[in-house]
Design a protein around this ligand. Structure first.
Ligand SMILES: [Fe+2]
Length: 241
């Protein structure tokens, strides 16, 4: 029997996490079904994982390790260990606006504070797929990911928390570790992190080659200033914009 790579093992472990969830809101259930179908396509039918890539950008290693160490929910500990094992085998990239039109204003805080590894997808480091992607996504502490939308329906499995989300420019809501977020096609969403880094598994279930689009909201600079304020308390206006 062929020895399974740690990267493929990570995908198997994530599939188990998704399968173990027994209740979902209606929207999330749709996303979970689609992501499981994508995972099954690769894990059940493909026997040729791509070569593992040992290169990892040194300057972000500490942040990445801190994000893995921030997975504190007991039921996620074995998955955290799988990420630790696979970490150096995965290809990590920083999104400097990669997924946006050239003129898009994603903000310097986001550029400085994000990192992802696409495991399955057009640039997947484990399996290639032209219309499904899945990977790990990290945001540094106190980072604002500005409102944006995309044609790709998107599922997030949040491994750390809390992390703030808002949808369609609405109220901010905090999501705990272990929660799921489903963004249907075209729904604007934004995220903000607090003292801990944010680490998640993301998946785009179709339209994976479409670009993201920033959705301007007039409180961006205010939120970014609050997040980096060294005076302490993060006080947010949660009212509807
Ligand atoms: Fe998104």
């Amino acid at each position: 029997m062929q020895t399974e790579s740690v990267s493929v093992g990570l995908l198997h472990a994530f599939r188990e996490l998704l399968q173990q969830r027994d209740s979902h809101s209606a929207g999330v259930a749709e996303g979970v079904t689609e992501v499981l179908a994508g995972l099954n396509r690769h894990l059940e039918n493909s026997h040729t994982a791509l070569a593992e890539n040992p290169a990892l950008p040194d300057e972000r290693v500490k942040l990445l390790d801190r994000s893995i160490a921030s997975i504190s929910k007991p039921t996620l500990q074995s998955f955290a260990e799988q990420i630790r094992l696979a970490r150096n085998r995965l290809t990590w990239r920083v999104d400097y606006g990669l997924f946006y039109p050239k003129e898009a204003d994603v903000g310097q805080a986001y550029r400085d504070g994000n990192m992802h590894s696409e495991l399955i997808g057009p640039n997947g480091c484990v399996f290639r797929d032209d219309d499904f992607s899945l990977g790990l996504f990290m945001l540094a502490p106190k980072t604002f990911y500005r409102d944006h939308d995309h044609a790709a329906p998107e599922l997030y499995y949040n491994l750390t928390g809390p992390c703030g989300w808002r949808f369609d420019k609405g109220h901010w809501q905090d999501f705990a570790a272990g929660s799921l977020v489903w963004n249907p096609q075209g729904l604007a969403h934004a995220m903000r992190t607090y003292a801990q880094p944010f680490l998640s598994v993301y998946s785009w279930t179709s339209h994976v080659n479409s670009l993201c689009r920033v959705v301007p909201v007039d409180d961006w600079l205010e939120i970014e200033a609050q997040l980096v304020n060294p005076q302490g308390d993060l006080k947010f206006d949660n009212s509807q914009p």
